[in-house]
Design a protein around this ligand. Structure first.
Ligand code: PMP
Length: 405
């Protein structure tokens, strides 16, 4: 499909609603994306026509549901270019995937081992590692960032040693939009024998990663960031880790044989997928991936980059407005403040004009501490936004500034 913005917008029913009497301008895509009719229909079709539990049933509905769920896993495997479908584990989302790895990785760590996170992580990529350190006696180290919101690579190199066992970094920062050089980060970590987990929650809707080429050990993301439903995501776990690490939760689906004396576990991916999963969510995740690939990730990124450049240029014309995250490699996120005005007040006023932006610390309090601010206003653009919507944002922010100054 060529990039036909009118056709794309017509796929998203929510984009035609009004908020506070104004047409909705949805610029909170970094928090969650909107859903096209194709994805909504997919969920309705499952519950209307073949709702059944998967994997164990011999009846027709169960087989249809199993086929649809497993074929979604294969679509996801191909999209991210994992080597095997069983390296794709379904999870409830990014946070769950990170916690799963942090939990089972405690069997690998010993006191004094080091794990490295970056200064621009989401809380979900900080807190589970702190909890892991408390349990194991491992030590958490942090890659610092520059004033522009870019990781300082030379400092990362200094932190790496044979004590490093794990490096965790997001591909894109949700608060700043910075794209991190994950290929180089992975390469350097592997040289000292450390594993790497990449948090793809913020990059997955803009950039299609090649997991085999990156040679990453773990990769997590959430479907709701890529036009899919909430409550479903994936954890990519390289086969050798999947075989080495113990199961996470016990229950149905993850076993081979159960007796009261001893239980043996199923192979990948089921070993890490105890219990009835989010079946409709998994199937709809596959539909969302089909939808995005039909438009094409290169076309999406190019279109969003234009929105980002235009928004940055126009917002910077407002006196006293400062943008956080000014590095050269960014996705379509503009995080900003206006001197002397609280971000929450700007967010509330632009909402009255139908514009949805996010205000606050964006689950990245260390970044806010770094800049010594309470939070920012964050406008995050998707491929279904338009230049006219950028204009609406800029004029609403100007109006808010006038009212609040
Ligand atoms: N990491 C990053 C970079 C994110 O942006 C988010 C979502 N805001 C998460 C992790 C957590 O994702 P979820 O809430 O879907 O688990």
């Amino acid at each position: 499909m060529s990039f036909n913005i009118q056709k794309i917008r017509s796929d998203f029913p929510i984009l035609s609603r009004r908020v506070n009497g104004y047409p909705l301008v949805y610029l909170d895509n970094a928090a969650t994306s909107q859903k096209p009719q194709q994805v909504i229909d997919c969920i309705v079709d499952y519950y209307s026509n073949y709702n059944a539990n998967i994997h164990r049933g011999v009846h027709t509905l169960s087989q249809e549901a199993t086929d649809a769920y497993e074929s979604a896993r294969q679509k996801i495997q191909k999209h991210f270019n994992a080597k095997e479908p069983y390296e794709i584990l379904f999870t409830p989302g990014t946070t769950h995937g990170i916690n799963l790895v942090a939990q089972v990785f405690s069997t690998v760590l010993k006191k004094g081992d080091e794990i490295i996170v970056s200064a621009m992580e989401h809380h979900s990529n900080i807190v589970p590692w702190q909890m892991l350190c408390e349990r194991t006696g491992a030590i958490l180290k942090v890659i610092p960032m520059s004033e522009e919101g870019v990781l300082i690579f030379s400092e990362y190199e200094k932190l790496l040693s044979e004590k490093t066992k794990m490096v965790f970094v997001n591909h894109v920062s949700n608060a700043l939009g910075t794209i991190n050089p994950i290929a180089k980060i992975i390469d350097h970590a592997h040289k000292v024998g450390a594993a790497v987990l990449v948090d793809g929650a913020q990059s997955c809707s803009h950039i299609k990663p090649d997991l085999q080429e990156l040679d990453v050990d773990f990769y997590v993301t959430s479907a709701h960031k890529m036009c899919g439903p909430t409550g479903i995501g994936i954890l990519y776990m390289k086969e050798e880790w999947g075989n080495k690490l113990p199961p996470y939760q016990g229950g149905g689906d993850m076993i081979d044989q159960v007796t009261f004396e001893k239980t043996t576990y199923a192979g990948l991916p089921f070993k890490f997928e105890a219990g009835t999963p989010n079946i409709s969510g998994g199937i709809a995740f596959g539909a969302a991936i089909d939808y995005l690939n039909e438009i094409g990730f290169e076309a999406i990124k190019e279109y969003e980059d234009n929105l980002l450049d235009y928004a940055t240029q126009e917002l910077l014309k407002i006196e006293g407005l400062k943008i956080y995250g000014t590095g050269p490699d960014k996705t379509s996120v503009v995080s900003f403040n206006i001197e002397g005005i609280h971000p929450y007040d700007i967010g509330s006023i632009v909402d009255k004009l139908g514009i949805a932006v996010r205000t606050g610390h964006h689950c990245t309090q260390p970044i806010m501490d770094f800049y010594n601010i309470p939070g920012t206003v964050r406008a995050s653009f998707a491929f279904y936004n338009t230049m006219e919507e950028v204009d609406s944002l800029v004029s609403a922010v100007k109006k808010a500034k006038m009212m609040l100054s």
